[in-house]
Design a protein around this ligand. Structure first.
Ligand code: ZN
Length: 133
């Protein structure tokens, strides 16, 4: 398992349109893509920052995980995504080391990536996502 960089930081927002006023208008960053991921009940905006990205996450469903997160903790940093060369292999290695997983196998993420989430109970309450792009 090789971790190569922080691929992105996921930020939960109530409104991408409102949040973009900060990231684009004020900070001068540019949106690379916007995508709805129905399985995850989110709308996303990907904003590159050098080698990494900011991923804004807006819930499309009041029962979605992002809606629930905001309900509990308010808007803010939701997860950090580490880029790996092979998500499937990384899950095998981490399971072998006793790491609890949310995703037992990779699933499709935004921009045609393969992703998997680790369980925050094993990572000091930091929600970690693995990404293979
Ligand atoms: Zn993410």
């Amino acid at each position: 398992m090789k971790i190569t960089k922080i691929n992105h930081i996921g930020i939960a927002v109530t409104s991408i349109d409102e949040a973009l006023k900060i990231y684009t208008d004020v900070l001068g960053l540019k949106v690379q893509s916007m995508e709805v991921v129905p399985e995850q009940k989110v709308r996303t905006a990907i904003i590159p920052v050098g080698e990494s990205k900011i991923e804004l996450l807006e819930s499309t469903d009041p029962e979605g995980t992002i809606a629930k997160f905001i309900e509990k903790q308010g808007e803010g940093i939701h997860h950090m995504a580490l880029e790996v060369d092979d998500v499937q292999a990384a899950l095998g290695v981490l399971t072998g080391k006793g790491m609890a997983l949310i995703d037992q196998k990779p699933r499709k993420g935004v921009e045609n990536t393969q992703i998997a989430f680790l369980h925050p109970k094993g990572t000091r309450r930091v929600l970690l996502e693995l990404v293979e792009s």
